[in-house]
Design a protein around this ligand. Structure first.
Ligand code: ATR
Length: 296
């Protein structure tokens, strides 16, 4: 677990709080460790805090943050489960990606106004481009899952030059709803039972489901049909080397882990708040992995 303090209310936050994360529960968040490291490296005074906010307290909390931002120290906040959709009602403006996703993970406070962004898709794509710069973009990716994370992943993929996106989810209706909301004809729904066969033509396979996470069953996927240059990306980061990534590596496929996506969305938020793009390097990865109790 990350070494951090979780605060119960805006009044309890330290005076040098520059940014924070709102969630419930929020004690497991790696964001304070990561953002504090970047604040230190950038020579910015102050800290990043975690605030535990129950759904019923979201409106009052945001009103209190808005008031507090008047003194200038607070640059903004991250929003995590379960507030990413509900927070939209309390903001003054939305970026195009936040509007498209109907979800906000980053809020910037400027001149008393709250602007909502969604950096999950940016984090996903930057980490993919950095880890496997020549991933096969000319063949369709297969995305597994249809929750909030899938939404960010699919919309960032269709913004690229992939021919179309294949989407497969245990509950087919949810995949169809996501395809209709985002696809503009560029998302094809694949039956959950057909997910392994669909790998035959894929350039990338992304797991956005909870499967493979500590305490969950592994994702059942036969990588046999996958082309030799297909990339496997698992957004689960606990464990970092999920059974899916282990199976992919054993077949010689390129793999991308979920910790870099987490860092990427955080780095994009930091840049929105402070105007500096922070670096996710081996030292920071090692600290995050230590906090997770993971080994490389
Ligand atoms: P997030 O916002 O992190 O994406 P979510 O909205 O809870 O989380 O979505 C979880 C995803 O994991 C869903 O696609 C879910 O499939 P359903 O829509 O059918 O529920 C998927 N998922 C969770 N447990 C699963 C399981 N045992 N088998 C297959 N898919 C599972």
């Amino acid at each position: 677990m990350a070494d951090q303090s979780v605060f119960p209310s805006v009044d309890a936050l330290p005076h040098d709080t520059r940014a924070l994360v709102l969630g419930h529960p929020v004690g497991h968040s790696l964001s304070p460790l990561m953002q504090d490291a970047w604040l230190d490296r950038a020579g910015l005074n102050g800290r990043y805090a975690a605030l535990d906010v129950a759904a019923d307290d979201l409106a009052d909390t945001i009103a209190a943050l808005r008031k507090r931002a008047g003194d200038g120290a607070l640059a903004g906040f991250n929003v995590t489960v379960p507030h990413k959709e509900a927070v939209l009602d309390h903001l003054d403006s939305l970026s195009p990606s936040a509007r498209q996703m109907g979800a906000v993970n980053t809020v910037r406070i400027q001149d008393g106004r709250l602007a909502g962004f969604n950096t999950d898709g940016i984090g996903f794509m930057r980490h993919l481009d950095q880890t496997v710069p020549h991933w096969p973009v000319t063949r369709p990716p297969l995305v597994l899952g249809a929750g909030g994370a899938a939404r960010a992943v699919v919309s960032s993929l269709i913004a690229r030059e992939v021919p179309f996106v294949m989407l497969s989810n245990r509950t087919r209706e949810k995949a169809e709803a996501l395809a209709a909301a985002l696809g503009r004809g560029r998302v094809t729904v694949v039956d959950w039972e057909d997910r392994s066969a669909a790998l035959a033509g894929a350039g990338l396979c992304v797991n956005t489901t909870a499967l493979g996470m500590a305490g969950q069953p592994p994702l059942a996927l036969d990588l046999g049909p996958a082309p030799a240059d297909m990339v496997v990306y698992d957004i689960v980061y606990k464990p970092l080397h999920t059974p899916l990534l282990q199976a992919a590596a054993a077949r010689g496929l390129a793999t991308v882990d979920g910790l870099g996506m987490l860092a990427g969305q955080g780095a994009a938020a930091f840049e929105l708040w402070f105007g500096v793009r922070p670096v996710y390097d081996a030292a920071l990865k090692a600290r995050l992995m230590e906090a997770l109790g993971e080994r490389d």
